[in-house]
Write a protein that binds this ligand. Structure first.
Ligand code: ADP
Length: 601
C-alpha cells in the first residue's frame, strides 16, 4: 500500500511540477519578450528624438562627415548609455559612440540596417565583437526630402535585461521548489487519504484469508471505495455465515462419527490415512494423531488388514472380510472396504468400516458348544439305558439277581435323563427370556421356613441341619416360584456337597443403603446360603456358574446333578435384577451370596 502512496505522490508532484515549469517557462518568455519590446520601442523613440534634435550632415568630405558624426555619437552616448552608430546610406560607418568608425567595416549587410531600409525600422539581437556583449540593435532610416541619406543605429547592452531575466528565473526556480515541496506534502496527504481506506480494505481481506471472519471494514464514505468496503463486508458476512454452517455441519458429522459404535477409517487416493473415528482408534490401538497423513502400509497394522486395504486399492471393489485382531486386544472385526468415486468417475480413496463382531462370534461359539455339551450329556444316560436293556434282553433278565439292579440303573438313568431334559428346557426358556415373572410381595421369613420344610426330609436323611436366620420384617417383591427354585437349587447343592452332620445356614438381611448421592438409593436385601461342606477349589470358582460345569464329574453324577443348577440360579437372580457370587474354602464350606432389590419398577 505504501508503494501506491509513493507512486501517487510522485505522479502528483510530477504533474504539478510539469505544469509549474511550463507556466514558468511561458511566463519567463513572455516577460523577456515584453522587456525586449519595451526596450525596442524606447530605442526607436530615442532614435527619433536624436534625429529630431540633430542635423544630418551630408555635405563635405568623408573625413569631415566622420569627424562630425563621430563627435556627435560620442557626445550622445553618455546620458543614455546607449551605443549610437551613424551609418551612411551605403553602409559606411560615419560615427560610433563606442568604437573608431575608421576601423569599422561596412554595415550595409547588417540585419537591422537591411530591415530598416526595407521596413522603416530594423532590429537585431546578437553578440557584438566590438564591445563584447550581447546587444540589441535598432536601426531607423534617415531621409531628407524622401531620399535615404543614412541610418541611425542604437544599441543597448542586454546585460540589464539578462540580469533581470536571470533574477526572474531564480525567483521562479525558488518558488517552483517551494511549490513542489508544498505540492509534495499536499500530494502525500491526498495519496494517504486515498490509500488509507484501501489499506484498511486490504487489511480486512488479509484477515479474512487468515480465517478471522469477524474482521470488518469501517468506512462510511459513499464513493467507490466505500462501495468496495461495503462489498467486502457483505462478502465477509456471507463467508462467516457459511463458515459457521460448515463448522456446525463438521462438528455434527464429527459427533456422529465419534459416537458411532463402528470404526470408520478413510484412506485417500495417495494411500494416506486421512480420517479415523474414536471407535477405529480403540479397535486399532492407535490415535488419529499418530496415523494421520501416514501411508496405510506404514501404519504398523496387522498384515491381513494391510493386505486387504492394498487389495481394495488395486481392485477398487467392495471387500468384506472378517479379521481377528490381537492388538490392542483380541477382537473379531468385520471389515467392509468401500472404494469412493468422484462424480466424474475418478477414484478418490476408500472408506473402511470396522464392526466388532466378537460378541456375536463368542455367542455362536457358546451356542454350538452348548449343543455339543447337551448331546454329550444326553448320550451318557441313554448309552447306559441302552446297554443295560441290551444285557437284559440278551438273557440277564432271567437272572433276577442281576436283572433287578440293572432295571434299577435303567430307572435311575432315565430319571436323570428326564431331569436333564427338564433342566435344559428350563435353562433355554430362562435364557431366551421366555419366562414371564409374576411379582408379588413375599414375606421372607415364612417363605424361607416353607422352603426349608420342603428340603427337610432330604437334609435330615444326611443328618444335616438347616438353620434359617431371617429378619421377620423383611418383605421383597419377587416371583415366588422362581425365588423358590433359586433356594431349592442352592439348598440341594448344599446338602449334596456337605458331609453327614454338617449344617446349612440361610440368612436374609437388609443391606445398608448404598448411598451414591441420590435421594432414593435402592433398597437391597442379602441372602446368604452357607454350608460346612467340601468347598470348591479356587481355580474352579470363576467357572462354577457355567452350564454343565462340575468340579467333580463323578461325584456330581452320583448325587444326580446335571451341572445346570447354578446356571439356572444365576439366570433367575439376574431376572430379578440381582447378583450372585460365591465364596468358598476347600474343606471348610461354601457361601452363595445373593443381593436382590426390594422393589421392582
Ligand atoms: P450340579 O447339578 O452338578 O450340582 P450345579 O450347577 O448346581 O450342578 O453345580 C455345579 C458344580 O458346582 C457342582 O458340580 C459342584 O462341583 C459345585 N458346587 C455347587 N454347589 C456347591 C457347594 N455348595 N459346595 C461345593 N461344591 C458345590
Amino acid at each position: 500500500m505504501n508503494k501506491i502512496r509513493i507512486r501517487l505522490t510522485l505522479i502528483f508532484i510530477m504533474l504539478i511540477g510539469f505544469s509549474l515549469i511550463a507556466a514558468g517557462l511561458y511566463m519567463g518568455g513572455l516577460m523577456k519578450d515584453s522587456h525586449l519590446n519595451a526596450l525596442r520601442e524606447g530605442m526607436v523613440r530615442e532614435a527619433e528624438i536624436i534625429l529630431a534634435t540633430m542635423d544630418w550632415q551630408t555635405e563635405g568630405t568623408e573625413e569631415d562627415l566622420m569627424n562630425y558624426f563621430d563627435i556627435k555619437a560620442k557626445k550622445l552616448k553618455n546620458p543614455s548609455n546607449t551605443r549610437i552608430t551613424f551609418i551612411r546610406q551605403d553602409g559606411k560607418v560615419l560615427g560610433d559612440s563606442a568604437a573608431e568608425p575608421r576601423q569599422m567595416d561596412n554595415h550595409a549587410g547588417r540585419e537591422e540596417v537591411i530591415d530598416a531600409a526595407a521596413k522603416g525600422v530594423g532590429y537585431s539581437l546578437r553578440h557584438s565583437v566590438t564591445v563584447d556583449s550581447n546587444l540589441l540593435y535598432a536601426a531607423v532610416p534617415v531621409r531628407q526630402d524622401h531620399v535615404l541619406v543614412g541610418f541611425l543605429r542604437l544599441a543597448v547592452s542586454l546585460e540589464a535585461v539578462e540580469t533581470n531575466t536571470n533574477k526572474l528565473w531564480s525567483g521562479l526556480i525558488i518558488s517552483l521548489v517551494v511549490l513542489l515541496l508544498l505540492a509534495g506534502v499536499v500530494s502525500y496527504r491526498m495519496a494517504y487519504g486515498l490509500t488509507r481506506p484501501l489499506e484498511q480494505i486490504a487489511n480486512v481481506a488479509y484477515q479474512i484469508t487468515h480465517m478471522n471472519y469477524k474482521s470488518r471494514v469501517q468506512l462510511n464514505s459513499k464513493d467507490e471505495i466505500g462501495q468496495l468496503g461495503f462489498a467486502i463486508n457483505t462478502m465477509a458476512d456471507s463467508l462467516q455465515f457459511q463458515m459457521n454452517r460448515i463448522q456446525e455441519e463438521e462438528s455434527r458429522l464429527k459427533n456422529v462419527l465419534d459416537n458411532m459404535i463402528n470404526g470408520v477409517l478413510m484412506i485417500d487416493s495417495g494411500s494416506r490415512i486421512v480420517l479415523m473415528n474414536r471407535a477405529a482408534e480403540d479397535f486399532l490401538g492407535f490415535s488419529l494423531k499418530e496415523l494421520q497423513g501416514k501411508r496405510f502400509d506404514e501404519a504398523k497394522q496387522q498384515y491381513e488388514f494391510t493386505h486387504i486395504i492394498q487389495q481394495c486399492i488395486e481392485q477398487k471393489q467392495h471387500i468384506r472380510e472378517e479379521v481377528t485382531f490381537y492388538f490392542p486386544e483380541e477382537r473379531t472385526l468385520e471389515i467392509n472396504l468401500v472404494p469412493i468415486f468422484h462424480v466424474n468417475g475418478d477414484w478418490t480413496g476408500i472408506v473402511i468400516v470396522l464392526h466388532d463382531i466378537s460378541a456375536i462370534r463368542r455367542l455362536e461359539r457358546m451356542r454350538s458348544e452348548f449343543v455339543a455339551n447337551v448331546s454329550h450329556e444326553l448320550r451318557t444316560p441313554i448309552a447306559a439305558v441302552k446297554g443295560f436293556a441290551e444285557t437284559l434282553l440278551a438273557g440277564a433278565i432271567d437272572d433276577r439277581e442281576v436283572a433287578v439292579p440293572f432295571l434299577q440303573i435303567i430307572h435311575d438313568e432315565s430319571d436323570r435323563l428326564n431331569r436333564l431334559i427338564g433342566d435344559i428346557l428350563e435353562l433355554s426358556k430362562i435364557e431366551s427370556k421366555r419366562v414371564p415373572l409374576y411379582f408379588s410381595p413375599i414375606h421372607m421369613q415364612s417363605f424361607v421356613s416353607k422352603t426349608i420344610e420342603m428340603m427337610n426330609a432330604e437334609a435330615s436323611s444326611r443328618k444335616i441341619s438347616l438353620d434359617p436366620q431371617v429378619d421377620g420384617r423383611i418383605y421383597i417383591e419377587g416371583d415366588e416360584d422362581r425365588l423358590r427354585q433359586i433356594f431349592i437349587n442352592l439348598l440341594a447343592n448344599g446338602i449334596n456337597y456337605t458331609p453327614v452332620g454338617g449344617s446349612i445356614k440361610v440368612k436374609v438381611e437388609t443391606l445398608e443403603k448404598v448411598s451414591d448421592g441420590m435421594e432414593n438409593a435402592e433398597e437391597m436385601i442379602r441372602i446368604t446360603i452357607k454350608d460346612t461342606g467340601i468347598g470348591i477349589p479356587k481355580k474352579d470358582l470363576p467357572r462354577i456358574f457355567e452350564r454343565f460345569y462340575r468340579v467333580d464329574k463323578a461325584r456330581s453324577r452320583v448325587s444326580g446333578g446335571t451341572g445346570l443348577g447354578l446356571s439356572i440360579v444365576k439366570h433367575l437372580v439376574e431376572l430379578h435384577k440381582g447378583s450372585i457370587r460365591v465364596e468358598s474354602l476347600v474343606g471348610t464350606g461354601t457361601s452363595f451370596i445373593i443381593d436382590l432389590p426390594v422393589f421392582h419398577k
